[in-house]
Design a protein around this ligand. Structure first.
Ligand SMILES: [Zn+2]
Length: 351
């Protein structure tokens, strides 16, 4: 979702054109790859390393994504050996081309252990999401059968966008550090958007590779998925935002996975927290009027959703707000009359 932000500073207001590189700090290059979604691009970064360049994130591994990499490797990157590949999290736009790149370049893949395992899990068992438990999760929350069928087929879509990963990898351990060229980066992790999304912070250079944890004008998806139906990723996300704000100065250069690099981390953290607070308030008002299912609340929070891809994220995000409100006892689940069997609804906890 787009959130207006007027208080940030964008030192590089023009995104790099396809097949071109923008230097955002000495020895740090930014390039963009196209995505076939409403969010139509991903940022990847090259960091100068001892014997070449470390690549941060890989883009999609579909035909267009791999073609773009071939053009880059044969073109502007031809004299620039990539010696290491870091992937921040398992989402297809970040890990998609990683397996292909690691084989083509003969380089090791560095990832957080949880994120590597999740990616492997989906790749090795793409139809697991299409099981009765997962279907029930969506149907019980009031999603219609047609959308549910499409949503649970997403595991196979993942396989179309993510190339086979190498069977060995180098785990990056949150809290430890990694030397890349002359810079030392602290490896950070945060929940909410993904189980263990990794970020890199170099205090000496004031550089923060934020992946999707904090973006300039978009609120990253924070969602509850069918594998963890009662999870509270929004609390984890808010904790992570507080941790980042406490750890870094406001003027750190944030290099995110999407949208523009920016300065103004503290303000952006505050805006994102306010955004989620106001979403919870909308849910509370809606549930004061009447008990609501999660799918009804999705329609209230996201009235403009157009396709199944967006609906999947809108529903997961709505449920993240619901679950955090249930956990904090602002709402409770009730059985409501007039709903199909097993569909649960909400009403505010009566004090
Ligand atoms: Zn992501």
């Amino acid at each position: 979702m787009l959130i207006h932000s007027s208080s940030l500073h964008f030192p590089f207001p023009d995104a790099p054109k396809p097949l071109s590189l923008t230097e955002v700090a000495p020895g740090v290059l930014w390039l963009r790859l196209k995505l076939p979604f409403r969010l139509d691009h991903i940022n990847v970064y090259l960091i100068e390393d001892a014997a070449g360049w470390t690549l941060v994130d890989a883009g999609l591994g579909d035909v267009a994504g791999l073609d773009a990499w071939s053009s880059l490797l044969d073109g502007p990157l031809s004299g620039m050996p990539i010696t290491r590949l870091i992937v921040t999290h398992h989402h297809p736009d970040h890990v998609g081309a990683a397996g292909w790149l690691s084989r083509r370049l003969n380089v090791s893949l560095y990832m957080g252990e949880a994120e590597y395992r999740i990616a492997q899990n989906i790749l090795l068992s793409p139809s697991a999401l299409d099981s009765e438990d997962h279907r029930r999760f969506y149907l019980d929350h009031g999603l219609d059968a047609g959308i549910t069928s499409e949503v649970v087929a997403m595991g196979r879509k993942y396989q179309e966008m993510v190339t086979i990963l190498p069977s060995t990898f180098c785990p990056l351990i949150p809290g430890s550090s990694i030397q890349i060229g002359k810079r030392n980066f602290v490896i950070l992790s945060g929940g909410g958007h993904s189980a263990q999304q990794l970020m890199l912070y170099c205090p000496a250079s004031g550089l923060f590779f934020a992946a999707d944890q904090i973006l300039a004008r978009i609120s990253p998806n924070v969602g509850v998925w069918s594998a963890d139906p009662n999870g509270d990723p929004l609390s984890l996300y808010i904790q992570s935002l507080d941790d980042l704000k406490g750890r870094m100065p406001d003027d750190v250069l944030v290099l995110p996975g999407h949208d523009l690099p920016f300065r103004g981390l503290h303000r952006r953290v505050d805006e994102l927290k306010d955004h989620h607070k106001s979403r919870c308030a909308v849910i509370e008002v809606a549930c004061e009027e009447a008990p609501r299912s999660a799918s009804e609340l999705t329609g209230i929070l996201f009235p403009k959703v157009q396709d199944v891809h967006q609906m999947r994220f809108a529903f997961s995000e709505t449920l993240a707000h619901i679950n955090t409100m249930v956990t904090s006892q602002r709402l409770r689940w009730v059985k409501a009359h007039g709903y199909p069997k097993k569909v649960m609804s909400l009403d505010p906890e009566k004090q």
